[in-house]
Design a protein around this ligand. Structure first.
Ligand SMILES: C[S@@+](CC[C@H](N)C(=O)[O-])C[C@H]1O[C@@H](n2cnc3c(N)ncnc32)[C@H](O)[C@@H]1O
Length: 366
């Protein structure tokens, strides 16, 4: 049965109130309910692969359902969040580590090696405290503990920076001067409380920092795929998270722009009717579909949540292209369900120029 609120389930909104899922807000994500619905409705088998795993919604939902899964994402931030949310922890060990963090007394830092543009986004004292904790956390040897605290600090950094995420960009906004130490320790306590409330599982998904276009997965080894590729014609992943990526991962925005759909030097005849960026995007998607076809076991299913892109001449419906590419790759297309419509506007938002579809597609390897 198609849920009446499928349009909401393909968004991250329901995760905002879900323990662990809400450790890091990722606007581009879908919800745990979407994954649960797909698992049940289409009788999906493990192991489940998500080649664009974002902050690990598929992986965490599978873990909760007792299914093995694996994920990859090109963004080191997304991979860190996925790992931290899906690992198994010894609560005693984590509480002892928290006690040590509580004892730390942040002190002034002489030199903060950060781009002045980024430095200006913080009150000086707040940035000093963040940097102090960052250095202390980076010195923790145990990766599991280090990553856990790092995620709490990344989340705190986003809260105290004088910027807000608006649509696909960052906008400067002065906030009150907030107590970094209190927010950071409070976040860790909340994360530990969530772990206490959650049923223990022995399952731990594997997560890799990897470009899905270059995936290497053993042929005929995957039971199902649940995934949502990046939106066509959007560079949100790099601009919206440039604060976190720049401060904690030393990533250059320009390098990260080339996620999917690097603009090609020459036209791709297969998608000649599309703007160059669309040609590149669907050529990349084709590469991913071919790899997934090989990776899936015979009869294995793939559920895609894919949204169309807005262009100056109007929307390009990605679900229709995906359907055609999948058929050419050898998949049978079983469902193509419109979950919601996204309004496209002309430049400067003066006019409405059509609606893009956000769809859920079910494919099966023959
Ligand atoms: C729509 S989001 C998926 C969100 C995920 N379903 C969740 O709930 O968190 C698409 C993801 O694809 C990632 N991505 C973009 N290009 C990629 C590539 N070439 N290989 C792997 N991941 C990529 C982005 O970093 C982003 O996290």
């Amino acid at each position: 049965m198609i849920p009446q609120n499928l349009g909401e389930l393909v968004s991250f909104i329901p995760n905002k109130t879900k323990p662990i899922h809400n450790w890091f807000y990722y606007k581009e994500g879908f919800s745990e309910e979407f994954v649960n619905w797909a698992l049940q409705e289409f009788d999906l088998k493990a192991p489940v692969l998500d080649p664009f795993c974002g902050v690990g919604t598929t992986l965490l939902a599978c873990k909760k359902a007792g299914l093995h899964s694996m994920g990859m994402d090109v963004s080191p931030l997304a991979v860190l969040v996925s790992k931290v949310k899906t690992r198994n922890y010894e609560l005693k060990e984590m509480e002892t580590a928290l006690e040590k963090i509580k004892e730390l007394k942040p002190n002034p830092i002489e030199r903060i090696p950060l781009d002045p543009k980024m430095r200006r986004l913080f009150y000086h004292k707040a940035l000093e405290t963040i940097w102090y904790y960052k250095e202390q956390i980076e010195a923790i040897e145990e990766e599991r503990i280090r990553d856990f605290f790092l995620l709490a600090l990344i989340d705190t950094t986003g809260r105290v920076a004088n910027v807000v995420k608006v649509g696909g960009s960052l906008r400067k906004q002065k906030k009150p001067n907030m107590p970094v130490q209190k927010l950071f320790l409070g976040k860790i306590k909340k994360m530990l409380l969530d772990l206490k409330k959650t049923k223990k599982s022995s399952i731990e998904p594997t997560v890799q920092t990897r470009d899905a276009r270059l995936m290497e997965v053993e042929p005929n080894s995957i039971g199902s795929v649940i995934t949502s590729p990046p939106y066509l014609n959007k560079i949100e992943y790099t601009t919206v998270y440039k604060l976190e990526l720049g401060m904690f991962f030393g990533e250059q925005e320009t390098k990260l722009r080339a996620f999917m759909g690097d603009v090609p030097k020459e036209a791709n005849a297969e998608f000649a009717e599309l703007p160059l960026i669309g040609q590149a995007y669907f050529a990349d998607l084709k590469k991913v579909l071919e790899s997934l076809y090989t990776a899936l076991k015979p009869g294995g299913k793939a559920v895609f949540n894919i949204a169309g892109g807005c262009f100056p001449h109007g929307p390009i419906q990605s679900n229709e292209y995906l359907e055609k590419i999948a058929q050419k790759t050898g998949f049978e297309v079983i469902e193509n369900i419109i979950a919601r419509w996204i309004q496209c506007h002309s430049q400067y938002r003066s006019e409405k120029i059509g609606k893009a579809k956000d769809a859920a597609i079910l494919l099966q390897k023959k």
